[in-house]
Ligand binder design. Structure first.
Ligand code: HPA
Length: 273
């Protein structure tokens, strides 16, 4: 069975669980899964029930696809994502995004937890991703291209839709936040960076660093979807503060900004529809 057939099998299964036709897709990052509780739920499907979805392992991640509505907009929310560092193949990491697209999702909102490199970024900030740098050492589109999914050489000159960036900035201002935009750089992880690596990433033009999002964004663009990205800055990157990094700090900061994050998504999602 080729990838296209696997995608369609998952799509058929999900459609057998709910007739809702999602227009906006959302991927909730580490510690940010609480937003799923705000979806007027039509169906919630554990990943392990969906054909060709892998099991999810990381603490702080549930693993279910929630279909429902947010302020009237039909959404598909991935509560928990597959990370490359867990050992999954990159095809498995991006598979849910491909499935959401084939379910009818046109706009994809990717969220993540990230370390802040840029001088004006502080823990708790919700950074609007304006571009990315792929340093994961791989590309999810490697291998034979299936023209039913997208072109061999997709354009990446505006991955994060400029109009969507404006929508997020306006919504942040509405809830009293100062919009900050930046470049997200992805490494494969799972170790955090060294201070020397962070100095290098700063020189390369990165404002935030994390271990996800970029493969999903590439696939969504490949398939012609419009993409938005928000990084929850959970910590200052290594060496920027003297404190050692910990996953606990990441989840604690995500928990602290949960209220703002949920309000922000509540405003943004219907405007992406
Ligand atoms: N580095 C990489 N990934 C991360 C970080 C970090 O500092 N914080 C949250 N995810």
């Amino acid at each position: 069975m080729d990838m296209y057939e696997r995608i369609m099998e998952a799509v058929d299964f999900i459609r057998s669980r709910s007739t809702l036709e999602p227009r906006v897709g959302v991927v909730l990052g580490s510690g940010l899964g609480g937003f799923a509780g705000r979806v007027a739920e039509a169906a919630a499907v554990p990943y392990e029930n969906i054909p060709h979805f892998k099991r999810v392992s990381v603490a702080g991640h549930a693993g279910r696809l929630v279909l429902g509505k947010v302020a009237g907009a039909p959404v598909a929310v991935l509560q928990g994502r597959y990370h490359y560092y867990e050992g999954h193949g990159i095809d498995d990491v991006v598979f849910p995004v491909r499935v959401m697209r084939m379910l009818g999702v046109r706009s994809l909102l990717l969220t993540n937890a990230a370390g802040g490199i840029g001088r004006d970024l502080l823990p708790g900030d919700l950074m609007i991703i304006r571009d990315h740098i792929n340093l994961m050492g791989l590309n999810p589109l490697r291998g034979a291209n299936d023209e039913r999914l997208g072109p061999r050489f997709p354009d990446m000159s505006a991955v994060y839709d400029p109009g969507f960036q404006e929508i997020i900035a306006a919504a942040e201002a509405e809830i009293g936040l100062t919009p900050k935009r930046g470049v997200y750089l992805a490494l494969s992880g799972p170790s955090y960076e060294t201070p020397a690596e962070i100095r290098m990433l700063a020189a390369l033009g990165a404002d935030a660093v994390g271990m996800s999002t970029v493969p999903e964004a590439i696939c969504a663009r490949h398939m012609g979807g419009r993409v938005a990205g928000i990084s929850c800055i959970t910590n200052l990157a290594a060496g920027i503060s003297r404190a050692p990094l910990s996953h606990r700090e990441v989840t604690e900061t995500a928990e602290r900004v949960k209220g703002d994050f949920i309000r922000l998504l509540g405003l943004v999602i219907p405007r992406l529809a």
